[in-house]
Design a protein around this ligand. Structure first.
Ligand code: CP
Length: 309
């Protein structure tokens, strides 16, 4: 049974919770591939997208997800709102909920911002990415994509490679995949690896070199360098970074022959990922984007308490 009014991170979810989201998403994934994509389980409900950071995939897929379930959707851009007059996050959100909104999807630069709102709002809060903390729906859609390709999560070797220290995607994925029984290998430049990477889970293994992480992996997940979260000076040059931590065809050859390549987007082509791999037949990057709608439909349905039969 799903008992969460909010989705604030992967950490509070049990293995059964994760399985519930993934199972519900299968139904929505099938619906999304039909010409007629509408359901009515959230008819009459209102979802607010409140995004304080740029987003292409997460914001649009939450909007599509809510609309496909029959909800009304309001997109609030802080730059065009009273935030620029000094209104606080909490006041902004409280006013949006006073309009009788049922759920707020929040993306914010500050870690813990979703949890803060959840404590104060009479509405469901869904974390659309909070600082370097968590991006739970990204990890859920990644798990959905892996399960579609590999049929399971348990026992797989997943290499998460890149800017681990600043990546909420890496954190949510490492926690989720560990809970589901996968072996998670993390690799990054020394300056991009958190000091306490072990807190991401007992199953996490730290590899100093990309080669070590990719060797024999079932899944290779590449990450963007989060330049917006640090002032630079984390690496010598992007060319040098690409040479040591970029995924080339030769590097991918170390993984299992049927290994898949993932990336949450946006991609810095030619930096963390060779463009031929990004567009190649082992890339599931656009499958991840497609899965985002189904998984976010499942999440909205569950947190708003209307699982349909
Ligand atoms: N993966 C992801 O969060 O992409 P956006 O920043 O475009 O939402």
């Amino acid at each position: 049974m799903w008992t969460h009014r909010h989705l604030l991170g992967i950490e509070p979810l049990s293995k059964a919770d994760i399985e519930t989201v993934l199972a519900r998403a299968v139904r929505w994934h099938e619906l999304n591939r039909k010409p007629e994509k509408k359901a009515s389980v959230l008819s009459g409900r209102t979802v607010v997208n409140l995004f304080f950071e740029a987003s292409t995939r997460t914001r649009t897929s939450f909007e599509i997800a809510a609309k496909r379930l029959g909800a009304d959707v309001i997109n609030v851009s802080p730059a065009a709102s009273s935030v620029i007059k000094g209104e606080t996050l909490l006041d902004t959100a409280k006013n949006l909920v006073a309009l009788r909104s049922d759920a707020v999807v929040l993306r914010h630069t500050s870690s813990g911002s979703s949890e803060f709102l959840a404590r104060h709002l009479d509405a469901s809060v869904v974390n659309g990415g909070d600082g370097a903390h968590e991006h739970p729906t990204q990890a859920l859609l990644d798990a959905f994509t892996i399960k579609q390709r590999k049929g399971k999560l348990d026992g797989l070797v997943v290499a998460i490679c890149g800017d681990i220290a600043h990546s909420r995607v890496a954190r949510s994925n490492a926690i989720l995949l560990g809970k589901m029984g996968a072996e998670v290998r993390l690799t990054a430049l020394g300056t991009m690896m958190p000091v306490r990477a072990d807190v991401l889970g007992a199953t996490v293994k730290i590899e100093k070199r990309l080669e070590g992480a990719v060797e024999g992996a079932d899944v290779v997940m590449m990450l963007r360098i989060q330049t917006e979260r640090f002032g630079g000076a984390m690496m010598s040059t992007t060319r040098e970074y690409s040479r040591t931590f970029g995924l080339s065809a030769a590097m991918l050859a170390r993984a299992k022959p049927d290994a898949i390549v993932m990336h949450p987007g946006p991609i810095n082509r030619g930096v963390e990922l060779d463009t031929r791999i990004a567009d190649g037949d082992r890339s599931v990057i656009l499958d991840q984007v497609e899965a985002g709608v189904a998984v976010r439909m499942a999440v909205l349905e569950l947190v708003l308490g209307q699982p349909s039969s």
